[in-house]
Design a protein around this ligand. Structure first.
Ligand code: NAP
Length: 263
């Protein structure tokens, strides 16, 4: 196992650290660097060790987990402190040529995970920008510990992946908010019952898809002619729910592309 340093230990780094630790990655091989006290506290609590660029093992693989606006500064800090660093950028939008034009000797991989990595159900797109095969394989096996990986050869596909999968959990949480309100009412405000109902519903959906991946058939297995489900689905159709959902995803993908121009 390789030593890993998370540079920026916010939402996505914490999700990865949790997933790695529960998959048996050794605590003493996971370090982080962060200027934010709250995130530092949370990450320490997970079991990772705080370090700084002056004292890290320079052979570590460094995961860049800062917001796009901070990425180029953080990248410059790493390159100034570590000779020939191996960097995995988790940052949305910023392209490899931007990083590589600012440094020499960096081995760079771009990766786009999602927060489900926390539960070892992550989906991570990985694009090898210029790393050697050994480094790429090491990084790939790290992400495989927290879920499934998809190798991407055309870097611009990462933007699609960001809008679809990186952002994906939030779309479902957003849709569930409508559901949550209704279910809470149904349970007379009992939050724990509401949570059980939502979790069972989602787990059931997930098992159904595992069993039969044909979504039309699955819909038909619930909706009967002139029944309640059909009425609901008809209303979704007339309010163009699918088209609007599609538009939302397209806006996220466009944003990923715009970020590369902005920063
Ligand atoms: N969240 C997701 O689901 C997700 C999924 C896939 C990819 N990503 C990508 O992952 C990146 C991080 O997202 P996030 O949601 O995890 O962000 P976040 O929660 O804001 O975490 C970033 C952390 O990095 C710290 N930081 C920034 N610059 C630093 C520096 N120079 N030195 C030390 N610490 C520094 C920040 O401190 P301050 O708070 O003080 O700025 C913050 O604690 C983004 O680029 C995003 O595109 C996120």
């Amino acid at each position: 196992m390789k030593k890993i340093v998370f540079y920026g230990s916010g939402n996505i780094s914490q999700a990865l650290i949790s997933g790695l630790l529960s998959a048996g990655y050794k605590k003493n091989l996971i370090e982080f660097i962060d200027r934010n006290k709250i995130n530092s506290g949370k990450t320490k609590k997970l079991g990772a060790t705080k370090n700084n660029l002056k004292t890290i093992d320079t052979k570590s693989i460094i995961f860049l987990g800062v917001k796009p606006k901070d990425a180029m500064n953080a990248y410059a800090e790493i390159c100034a402190a570590v000779k020939k660093p191996k960097i995995v950028s988790l940052v949305a939008g910023i392209k490899s040529n931007k990083y590589l034009s600012e440094s020499n000797g960096v081995e760079l991989i771009r990766a786009m995970p999602n927060t489900s990595s926390q539960f070892n159900k992550g989906i991570t797109a990985i694009c090898n920008c210029n790393a050697n095969k050994t480094t790429f394989n090491q990084v790939s096996s790290i992400f495989k510990k927290v879920g499934t990986t998809i190798d991407i050869t055309k870097e611009n596909k990462i933007d699609d992946f960001t809008g679809l999968i990186g952002s994906g959990p939030a779309y479902f949480f957003y849709l569930l908010k409508v559901y949550e309100k209704r279910i809470l009412k149904l349970c007379d405000g009992d939050k724990s019952k509401k949570d059980t109902i939502i979790c069972n519903l989602l787990e059931g959906v997930s098992h159904s898809i595992n069993d039969n991946s044909n979504l039309d058939e699955l819909i038909a297995s619930v909706a009967s002619k002139k029944g309640t489900t059909e009425a609901g689905l008809k209303s979704f159709k007339s309010s163009k729910l699918s088209q609007n959902f599609e538009k939302g995803i397209a806006a996220a993908i466009k944003r990923a592309k715009d970020i590369s121009v902005e920063f």
